[in-house]
Design a protein around this ligand. Structure first.
Ligand SMILES: [Zn+2]
Length: 226
């Protein structure tokens, strides 16, 4: 079900671990990305903004842009946009804002992520290194000078879970186990049985598959669910 920009009902939104709402698919992906970020770097990321209603986007736009073609005048930037048939010019010292009805925030697909430290920030680099596989990019943000603005594309999300089932012939064998931690199968990791389970697999690396919960299982023990 597709909703108009800024008109997504609460029932179609989900609170992400970034602390803000997104569409369900974007929130699930954001949560997987944030879980990996926390695993690698010790803490989760947060965001100041996710989904925005049309009314909120309008308020933000009108705070930052004044009616009229004012580029070059004192107190105004050269960022002039057309909204409802009129020109609006961005005030100096304010961040860009999409024309109401056109923002990816209104589609529940954008996050404004906190404390990344700008385009050269350590946290920005750490996020950039892992985000694309989850369908999240800063491309749109970079085009307007915003390191914090990240957009989700479901078509580019390689970590969407695919259902697998543990193969019947391995049932009853402790070898069909889920391993917590790295995909090594070594003795120092906790393992717990996966017999008969349906698993949401988010990635396959060599002989191992990773579940959405972060556990690993040997690829030879599972098959794609019908
Ligand atoms: Zn944004």
């Amino acid at each position: 079900m597709a909703y108009a920009n800024g008109a997504i009902p609460a029932s179609a939104l989900k609170r992400s671990t970034f602390g803000v709402d997104l569409t369900k698919a974007a929130a699930n992906s954001a949560n997987r990305l944030n879980a990996l970020y926390a695993l690698l770097h010790g803490k989760r990321l947060t965001a100041t903004d996710g989904y925005r209603s049309l009314a909120i986007q309008k308020k933000i736009f009108l705070e930052r842009y004044a009616k009229g073609s004012l580029a070059g005048k004192a107190g105004y930037t050269t960022d002039v946009r057309s909204y409802l048939g009129a020109a609006y010019t961005r005030r100096t010292g304010t961040a860009a804002a999409a024309i109401p009805g056109t923002s990816n925030h209104g589609l529940g697909l954008a996050l404004d992520i906190s404390a990344l430290g700008g385009f050269d920030g350590a946290a920005f680099k750490r996020l950039e290194a892992i985000a694309a596989d989850y369908g999240w990019t800063n491309t749109e943000g970079r085009s307007v000078g915003e390191s914090w603005h990240w957009v989700y594309s479901r078509a580019h999300d390689k970590r969407r879970p695919v259902k697998y089932v543990v193969k019947a012939k391995t049932l009853g064998s402790t070898k069909a186990a889920l391993y917590r931690g790295k995909a090594t199968g070594k003795a120092n990791i906790t393992r717990h049985r996966a017999l008969g389970k349906t698993l949401n697999i988010i990635q396959i690396t060599g002989k191992w598959a990773q579940t959405a919960k972060g556990d690993w299982i040997k690829l030879s023990k599972i098959k794609k669910a019908k």
